[in-house]
Design a protein around this ligand. Structure first.
Ligand code: HEM
Ligand code: MG
Length: 231
C-alpha cells in the first residue's frame, strides 16, 4: 500500500502543520518532505483528505514564499515565523518561547482536554481552545503577535481539523481521531476514520469558521493590513 503510514525518519523533513505532515507520513506527499510543488499539495489534499482546490491553493501558494527555490518548498521551511506560522498554536510552542516546529504535548493539552464529558470536539470547543491558548500566549510571550491575520489563520486551522477528522458540514469530530492526527500525524483508519464524503471547500470551512469565531471571544491586540490571498 503506497499510502500506508510510516513515521518520519530522522532525515525526513516535516512542517509545523499536522495536515501536511500526515499527508507525507502516508505517502500522499514525498515522504522525505522535500521539493514539494503547489500542484503536489493540491493533489495530495484531495486524495488524502477530500479537500478541494479552493480550500488549499491559497495557503499552498502563500507557503511557497517560505522557500528560496522558485517553485518548490521543503516542509520544514514553513516554520518561517510570521508567514503562516503564528503564536498561540494548538500543538506547537510560540517561536519566541521554544520549538515552533514539532508537536508539544503540553501545548496540545488545552485542546486534548477541551469539551469535557463527551467524546467529540466541535466549533464551540474549538473557539474556546483558541481563546484559552491566546490568553496563555499573551501571558507568557512579550513578543506575542495577534492581528486579524493570525486569528484568521488560526480559525481556518481549527476548521481544518474538525473537517478532516470529522464532518465538514457539522464540524463535529471524534476526540480520538483528532488526538491521533496531532500526536502521531497519522490517519486513524485502523480506529474507523474514513475520508470525508463531503468535499472540504472554502465555503464549508468558512461556515464552520463563523461558528468558531462566535465562540472564540476574540479581539486584536495589534492591527494589520487585510491580507489578499487570491483574486
Ligand atoms: C498549521 C491543518 C494545509 C501550512 C496547521 C494546523 C492545522 C493544520 C490543524 C494547526 C496546528 C497547530 O496550531 O498546532 C491543515 C490541513 C491541511 C493543511 C488539514 C490540508 C491539507 C496546509 C497548507 C499549508 C499549511 C496547504 C501551506 C503550504 C501550515 C503552517 C502551519 C499550519 C505553516 C503552522 C501554523 C502555526 O500553528 O503556527 N495546519 N493544514 N497547511 N499549517 Fe496546515
Ligand atoms: Mg505556531
Amino acid at each position: 500500500d503506497p499510502h500506508a503510514f510510516i513515521a518520519a525518519t530522522p532525515t525526513d523533513l516535516r512542517a509545523p502543520c499536522p495536515g501536511l505532515n500526515t499527508l507525507a507520513n502516508h505517502g500522499y506527499l514525498p515522504r522525505n518532505g522535500r521539493n514539494i510543488t503547489v500542484p503536489m499539495i493540491i493533489q495530495a489534499s484531495l486524495d488524502g483528505f477530500n479537500a478541494g482546490v479552493d480550500a488549499i491553493q491559497p495557503f499552498a501558494k502563500f507557503g511557497l514564499l517560505s522557500s528560496a527555490a522558485p517553485d518548490t518548498l521543503n516542509l520544514n521551511e514553513l516554520v518561517e515565523h510570521g508567514l503562516i506560522e503564528h503564536d498561540a498554536s494548538l500543538s506547537r510552542l510560540d517561536a519566541a518561547l521554544g520549538d515552533s516546529l514539532h508537536f508539544n504535548e503540553g501545548q496540545f493539552s488545552t485542546l486534548a482536554n477541551s469539551n469535557p464529558g463527551v467524546n467529540y470536539y466541535n466549533t464551540t470547543s474549538a473557539g474556546h481552545v483558541q481563546r484559552d491558548l491566546l490568553a496563555q500566549s499573551i501571558r507568557l510571550n512579550v513578543n506575542q503577535t495577534n492581528t486579524p491575520k493570525e486569528f484568521k489563520i488560526r480559525t481556518r486551522e481549527s476548521a481544518f481539523y474538525l473537517s478532516v477528522l470529522g464532518d465538514p458540514l457539522t464540524g463535529i469530530a471524534p476526540k480520538n481521531f483528532v488526538q491521533i492526527f496531532f500526536r502521531e500525524e497519522r490517519l486513524p483508519i485502523a480506529e474507523g476514520w474514513k475520508k470525508p464524503n463531503t468535499l472540504i471547500t472554502a465555503a464549508t470551512l468558512g461556515a464552520l469558521q463563523t461558528l468558531i469565531v462566535a465562540a472564540a471571544d476574540w479581539t486584536a491586540t495589534q492591527a494589520c493590513e487585510t491580507e489578499i490571498l487570491g483574486p
